[in-house]
Design a protein around this ligand. Structure first.
Ligand code: LHQ
Length: 261
């Protein structure tokens, strides 16, 4: 079986991490297939939203540690190589994708797996799921965007607690502190996440791409710069088919037929 499963339905590209026996930990093959799936989402006009999830009882346990030779005689591993060639380009591609990425965290999300989820635009989780910044347990620094996402999502006190203590954070608590958007009962997660992804895919996806850009750039911008950015992005949104369609549908009291254009 492929380590990442990809399928397109109702303009939603579903990407499922598929190494359940390893709680979907990353190996080189999974990196390659996930990168290709995100590239497909970027290049394929049929795709208007992405739904990311994991097979089995875990979402993703981060780097596959069983593939690391850390025995006394082994040569030291340069972890920057793996970040530079795999994790960092992946996170950048996901954040830059001008289409919404919904993440359905079906189980434990640990290490880079937790931060892969946080790199998505709308994070949903099963009630039994959990998030662990496992890095400090093995002497590492949160990566894959963790040190960027955590303080922005939950504030620096909570970010520090999560990173230093690396305790398991239950999905409901993650929702309560604003780390993720919403928790659903385990048996409802797939249905709810699919419905949300399909709803987004039928929406004004060009506008969603622009609003992603606005929100993600806001963290590094002054209010002045952000107002200018909003002006420029709104110009672009205002020239879209979907803006005309949205206003026409409102006036005509009908459901809009958005095209993502
Ligand atoms: C695993 C893993 C795993 C292999 C569970 N690898 N097999 C990347 C590289 C480059 C730069 C540096 O940074 C990074 C980013 C990182 O992601 S570093 C952090 C790596 N991840 C971790 O440290 C998490 C390790 N896993 C765990 O702590 C636990 O497995 C969690 C808390 C995720 C789940 O615990 P349990 O529910 O009790 O499950 P389990 O531990 O029994 O795991 C089930 C199986 O999955 C087990 O295999 P086995 O053959 O014994 O049934 C584990 O060995 C395997 N597995 N995570 N990362």
């Amino acid at each position: 079986m492929a380590s990442v499963l990809v399928s397109l339905d109702s303009s939603v590209l579903s990407i499922t991490l598929n190494r359940p026996e390893k709680l979907n930990a990353f190996n080189p093959d999974m990196h390659k297939l996930l990168r290709e799936a995100i590239e497909r989402a970027a290049g394929d006009a049929q795709v208007r939203a992405v739904l990311l999830s994991g097979a089995g009882r875990g979402f993703c346990a981060g780097q596959d540690l069983s593939e690391r030779d850390v025995s006394p005689g082994a040569a030291p591993i340069d972890l920057a190589v793996s970040l530079g060639s795999n994790y960092n380009p992946l996170v950048r591609k996901m954040r830059e994708l001008p289409k919404p990425i919904v993440c359905a965290v079906n189980g434990v999300a640990a290490g880079a797996g937790a931060n892969l989820a946080l790199a998505c635009d709308l994070v949903l989780a099963a009630r039994s799921a959990s998030f662990i910044q496992s890095f400090s347990k093995i002497g590492l620094v949160p990566d894959s965007g963790g040190t960027y996402f955590l303080p922005r999502l939950v504030g620096s006190a909570r970010a520090m607690g999560l990173a230093l203590l690396a305790d398991k954070l239950a999905a409901e608590e993650a929702e309560r502190i604003g780390l993720i958007w919403k928790v659903f009962d385990d048996d409802a997660l797939t249905k709810e996440a699919t419905a949300i992804a399909q709803r987004l895919a039928a929406g004004p996806t060009r506008g969603y791409g622009l609003l992603k850009k606005a929100l993600y750039l806001s963290g590094g911008n002054s209010l002045d710069a952000q107002l200018d950015l909003e002006r420029d992005l709104q110009r672009e949104a205002g020239f879209s088919h979907d803006y005309r369609e949205g206003v026409s549908a409102f006036k005509e009291k009908r459901t809009p037929a958005f095209k993502g254009k």
